[in-house]
Design a protein around this ligand. Structure first.
Ligand SMILES: NC(=O)c1ccc[n+]([C@@H]2O[C@H](COP(=O)([O-])OP(=O)(O)OC[C@H]3O[C@@H](n4cnc5c(N)ncnc54)[C@H](OP(=O)(O)O)[C@@H]3O)[C@@H](O)[C@H]2O)c1
Length: 324
């Protein structure tokens, strides 16, 4: 079968398209024919050796996928050949077939197609965990999201609206903000042309912003934190801008606010049943049209370098999907 292999840390155009043997289904495992594998920002880091987890070589990028079960190993009873499923595996999905613990798979609702299902787990799983468990977001609160048209940004707009928040989308171009508004954002801020602190003061009013969701970091973090309301919550999600911000702690004292870390991958290991429950909800909401899982573009495996470049060039709105 065909697989994208990372044989050394480097650039996306150093990835190889190789022929490797098909996997076997061990006890408790299923072999799934991958119909769509979704890419995330962290795939650009993992192949460069800049991610917190460094898999042994050779490995395939792509953490999540959707496809059809081909065969199952001993002891697997609740899933079988022909089932349409989605799954999360951290890395390894950019290939035609994967072997994975059957417990990690979620059956797809009838109306959910492979392209949309492939990209659901990371962005919506992270964001539902972040908004519900870490921020304890309440209906009527104001939620500001940076990088609002990216994967986690889009998930924040949609889940924030479902939870009854007023959502302020912040992004670097008017095209991205139009996309954010089309997906439910109430207010928009172009932080490439407006001063973020001033703009958040304008939309937050005297009360301020209750929750900031930050997957970008860099120079935007401090002005966003300065806009928080009394007892506001600042969610540290990621550092797509590259720079890890340093925050003066007096700002936290003066606002009586919280900076809360979001480490979804670690939470899924600690709370696998809770993660499974939220993914079942997310798949159903997407099938019902409540979540878009918008696919910006899809590429064949051989064009993975172009796909990853679109992510690092900040061109993507929503998700990028590979079709093996
Ligand atoms: N904590 C967790 O558990 C968790 C889970 C999933 C993802 N993450 C992290 O969250 C971050 C965002 O992930 P994502 O999937 O939403 O990524 P994405 O779809 O690529 O979106 C990232 C957004 O960041 C902004 N950005 C600013 N500077 C950038 C740069 N130099 N390069 C690329 N983008 C830049 C872009 O928006 P503008 O152009 O509008 O600024 C872009 O839309 C990543 O760091 C990822 O590792 C963390």
């Amino acid at each position: 079968m065909k697989a994208i292999l990372c044989t050394h840390f480097g650039k996306s155009d150093e990835l190889e398209l190789a022929d490797i043997p098909e996997p076997q289904a061990g006890a408790g495992e299923a072999v799934v024919q991958v119909k769509a594998a979704a890419l995330n920002f962290f795939d650009t880091l993992i192949i460069a050796g800049k991610y917190q987890h460094k898999p042994p070589f050779p490995f395939s990028p792509a953490a999540e996928f959707a496809g059809v079960v081909e065969r199952v190993g001993a002891g697997v009873t609740d899933i079988g050949p022909g089932d349409r499923v989605m799954g999360y595996m951290g890395f390894g999905a950019a290939r035609e077939c994967v072997a994975i613990a059957a417990q990690q798979l979620i059956k797809l609702p009838e109306k959910l197609d492979f392209d949309h299902a492939a990209g659901l787990t990371v962005i919506y799983g992270t964001t539902l965990y972040a908004l519900r468990e870490r921020a304890q977001l309440r209906a009527g609160e104001t939620l500001a999201v940076l990088g609002a048209s990216g994967g986690t940004g889009l998930a924040t707009i949609e889940l924030g609206k479902m939870m009854g928040a007023r959502v302020v989308a912040c992004a670097s171009s008017d095209e991205k903000l139009a996309f954010a508004r089309a997906h439910g954002a109430d207010e928009t801020i172009n932080y490439a042309t407006e001063d973020l602190r001033e703009a958040l003061r304008r939309v937050g009013g005297e009360h301020g912003i209750d929750v900031v969701y930050d997957p970008v970091g860099g120079a935007y973090a401090e002005p966003a934190l300065r806009s928080l309301a009394w007892q506001g919550r600042y969610l540290v999600v990621g550092f797509a801008a590259g720079e890890i911000p340093k925050i003066p702690l007096n700002l936290v004292l003066l606002r009586g606010c919280d900076i809360r870390g979001v480490f979804w991958g670690s939470w899924t290991k600690r709370e696998p049943l809770a993660q499974r429950a939220i993914m079942t909800d997310i798949a159903r909401w997407c099938a019902e049209g409540k979540l878009s899982a918008h696919v910006h573009a899809h590429y064949p495996l051989a064009e993975i370098a172009t796909a990853l470049k679109a992510i690092t060039d900040r061109q993507v709105m929503g998700k990028i999907v590979l079709r093996p």
